[in-house]
Design a protein around this ligand. Sequence first.
Ligand code: NAD
Ligand code: XAI
Ligand code: MG
Ligand code: MG
Length: 364
Amino acid sequence: MATDDFVVLWDKRKNLMAKLNFGGVEENVVTREEFPLEKALEVLKDETIAIIGYGVQGPGQALNLRDNGFNVIVGQRYPSKTWDKAIADGFVPGETLFSIEEAAERGTIIQYLLSDAAQIAIWPTLKKYLTPGKALYFSHGFGITYKERTGIIPSADIDVILAAPKGSGTSLRRLFLEGRGLNSSYAIHQDATGRAKERVVAMGIGIGSGYLFETTFQNEVYSDLTGERGTLMGAIQGIFAAQYDELRKRGHSPSEAFNETVEELTQSLMPLVAENGMDWMYANCSTTAQRGALDWWQKFRDATAPVFKELYDSVAAGEEAQRSIDSNSQSDYREKLEVELATLRDSEMWQAGKVVRGLRPEKN
Ligand SMILES: NC(=O)c1ccc[n+]([C@@H]2O[C@H](COP(=O)([O-])OP(=O)(O)OC[C@H]3O[C@@H](n4cnc5c(N)ncnc54)[C@H](O)[C@@H]3O)[C@@H](O)[C@H]2O)c1
Ligand SMILES: CC(C)(O)[C@@H](O)C(=O)O
Ligand SMILES: [Mg+2]
Ligand SMILES: [Mg+2]
């Protein structure tokens, strides 16, 4: 065993938390070894976990917690599609499915999983039920960090905690069902009871996290907003579109342009990166590809670096938060969203993608 590994194991036994070395920087990480599910169940055995909102994160977290043996109820608007979804998932009106108000009253840990904009609208209602000793749980640092804009300012006599899965609620559930897990970050904003740490870690394990990375509410929201606008969602679509359009202008067919821009990345190369890193993926491509990639990656970094700076500045100034609040709180938000998504879906690139996806050998 390497000396570094030994330090990690020793630390784990002493601290119930591992200090792991990430490329030269040490960070605290909770693992299921130090904090197994049985311990999480023991910590939360007298708690009623009320999940407010049953959109994307709500079902993922509610179902994982329920399957893991926790006492879970759901609070949701009625009538609504997501009320019906909760029933289809086995929650029973009057027993485990309630109005938002009733669930908030019954819960001792309130998981605030409405959309970030809806959290602002419902806050005046919810706060009445946050009596001393309860815990208010978020999966995003948004409401608390941008409190001047959201008005979400909890009273000092409750715990305020965060466990934020690093991925979609859909993946959280899928990976749980596959017996795997999704990592989350966790943070404590207020520890009124002295139990905030054990409560948040137990919740993180309960929702199906594999590992829990320590953070703050502010760092969680700044990095999350940057990531989803950047390489995870916004930048990736931008760079796909730029390369696809150039290939098409130069006379390549849609299938060829799509294959060389998206399909090969998602089907062949990213799984290799996920497995063993970028250098390993490069090492498993031709020497010709290696030379080209090693020559060009810095140019792309330098071209996009100013955009990432602009993006982070906008996040830190609260401009991104304000833009989401303003657009997501409009009553026709879903209709406008559908128009924008349809523009992407109907673009030649993603129409070509639909056909290419249908031709994957396993579809046969
Ligand atoms: N979507 C994800 O996978 C994901 C991932 C990590 C963190 N988060 C965070 O988790 C939280 C929940 O996000 P989500 O994407 O699951 O939310 P969502 O947009 O899917 O909405 C959740 C629920 O809010 C309800 N809702 C919307 N407007 C309402 C209103 N005015 N009054 C009452 N209820 C209303 C909807 O009925 C729905 O059940 C957010 O803080 C988000 O940033 C989400
Ligand atoms: C799944 C994401 C993008 O990681 C999350 O941050 C979200 O807001 O949905
Ligand atoms: Mg996000
Ligand atoms: Mg995220």
